[in-house]
Design a binder for this molecule. Structure first.
Ligand code: 13P
Ligand code: SF4
Length: 370
């Protein structure tokens, strides 16, 4: 049975109770030796968090001993942006990567926003700059810009509406419904291709000649260094061992991989899919820690994950650094007022549009509903 470990751990009266609860919830997922080593730290973080009136937001990719113990809220990028927009805490500690913490700062300019490591970047966010977006707007005059939330503030400042993997198709559709025929979609080549496929639109890239389509997505060749590594051969290999395996791919995977999968969606949508469906085995094509987190909460599920493919940025965020962030109030996200002002509109428009349905699903047979 699933245990709401976070609530229980955060209410624990001492280190011994913290350790007992951690062992209960992370049995078989994290070794007892590691839990014994971490329990004191977990208790200290939870106490400090209350003393400093801080809220901890944890992305679904956080390692299980952190994910199951210290965040007040966990979720995908869209969910955490919505929570960040509403929090009344004095300090936001973002256990995720820099673009996520920047998003929280943009939505809460007066609050102190901390990222436990200053090395938690993202290959997608690093793939494009504000100057690149300005050049695209000059070249494709009048086309609105949709930017994946996996971008830095200077790019969001040049953006009309942000999106996440959870609502990308809905955001583009929103613009099409308002008469726009061409939409600039940045910076993920693969997410852009998957969204274009879902909406029945062609996509082309600025390094190609303009094919002249009246309706089209104009993409950008950024890639997630994690999801670009998954291949159709990975899916075929899993199916050859177990033909009943159900394959889930994040939409940052290439189009052929998404097509070979049974389901594609944001991290939250993948978690929900596994929880709500029965299959003898699930293969997750995303950061491996998320598979551990699902197993911790659903010990009855059999999850295959390819742990040779990891996000080096998400892995920077540790319990030790989160404790240090709270003690020393570091690493502070600082953005200038003009960038905050201009980027906030793009995030607020996204939050107002809402959405969150799966981005893409293949025509392969779905898993059996439970
Ligand atoms: P989600 O919005 O699906 O959580 O994805 C964020 C991310 O960085 C995936 O690599
Ligand atoms: Fe960026 Fe990919 Fe890591 Fe997500 S998994 S933070 S998109 S590098």
């Amino acid at each position: 049975m699933a245990i709401d470990i976070r609530t229980a751990v955060q209410a624990a009266a001492g280190v011994a109770e913290t350790l007992t609860l951690m062992k209960q919830a992370l049995k078989g997922v994290v070794s007892e030796a590691i839990l014994e080593d971490k329990a004191e730290l977990v208790f200290a973080i939870n106490r400090l968090k209350r003393e400093k009136r801080a809220v901890i937001l944890g992305h679904n990719y956080m390692e299980p001993a952190l994910y199951q113990t210290i965040p007040d809220h966990v979720g995908d990028s869209l969910e955490l942006s919505r929570i960040a927009a509403k929090t009344d805490a004095d300090i936001i500690v973002f256990c995720g990567v820099r673009f996520m913490a920047e998003t929280a700062k943009i939505l809460n300019p007066k609050k102190l926003v901390l990222l436990p490591s200053d090395r938690a970047g993202c290959s997608l966010a690093a793939a494009i700059t504000g100057d690149d977006v300005r050049a695209l707007k000059r070249r494709f005059k009048g086309a609105p810009v949709v930017s994946y939330v996996n971008t830095y503030a200077d790019v969001k400042a040049e953006t009309d509406i942000c999106c996440t993997s959870s609502n990308a198709a809905e955001v583009v559709q929103y613009l099409l419904d308002r008469g726009h025929k061409r939409v600039i979609f940045l910076p993920d080549e693969y997410l852009g291709t998957n969204v274009a496929h879902d909406l029945g639109l062609p996509i082309f890239f600025p390094d190609e000649a303009d094919p002249g389509h009246e309706r089209a997505l104009i993409g950008w060749r950024g890639r997630c260094e994690v999801h670009e590594q998954f291949t159709v051969a990975d899916v075929q290999q899993a199916r050859s061992v177990n033909p009943n395996v159900v394959v889930l791919a994040h939409p940052e995977c290439s189009r052929p991989v998404v097509e070979a999968a049974d389901f594609s969606g944001s991290t939250k949508q993948m978690i929900r899919y596994v929880k709500e469906n029965n299959a003898p085995e699930f293969l997750l094509l995303t950061e491996c820690s998320m598979g551990d987190n699902i197993v911790a909460e659903n010990p009855d599920k059999n999850l295959l994950r390819l742990c040779s493919v990891r996000c080096p940025h998400m892995k920077q965020i540790t319990l030790e650094d989160t404790y240090a962030a709270l003690v020393h109030l570091r690493h502070r996200i600082e953005l200038d007022a003009d960038t905050i002002e201009r980027s906030r509109a793009s995030l607020e428009r996204m939050i107002a549009i809402g959405g969150g349905a799966p981005v893409a699903a293949s025509s392969a047979a779905p898993a059996h509903s439970s």
